[in-house]
Unconditional design. Structure first.
Length: 138
């Protein structure tokens, strides 16, 4: 881990029916990560996850749609000397290909769980085994 700043975020695992997980790349960055973002003042991480998914990719979720995976700490993807402290959630539904990037999202990509490739955020790489197990169990 780094010794610098800590950024707190919510991140959501969104799967489709074809063994793929949704990843996003924010404007001005090159690594793909789980969708989500920073909570606003007085907003808990679950509420931030729901708001960010609606803003970033147009996916409307309810609190009961999210399974908590707890808090995970990893190296931040795009901020040097920074640690990310992420409240991670998994959506219990399945998405369609109709999601579109919005807000600060430059690109979204469905990452194939059988062949994860590309420049990926450290947290996403760390979570891949759990995402695969979750996908197989749903």
């Amino acid at each position: 881990m780094t010794s610098g700043a800590v950024v707190v975020v919510a991140a959501v695992v969104v799967l489709d029916g074809r063994r793929r997980v949704l990843t996003v790349r924010k404007t001005g960055t090159k690594r793909f990560m789980l969708p989500g973002g920073k909570p606003e003042a007085d907003e808990d991480l679950r509420a931030a996850a729901i708001r960010e998914l609606a803003e970033e990719v147009g996916l409307e979720l309810a609190e009961d749609d999210l399974e908590s995976w707890g808090v995970h700490i990893d190296v931040a993807a795009n901020e040097p000397d920074t640690t990310v402290r992420a409240g991670v959630y998994a959506w219990t539904g399945r998405a369609s290909d109709t999601l579109l990037p919005a807000a600060e999202i430059a690109e979204l990509r469905w990452l194939e769980l059988d062949r994860p490739t590309g420049e990926l955020a450290p947290l996403l790489v760390t979570l891949l085994p759990r995402i695969i197990d979750f996908e197989e169990g749903v």
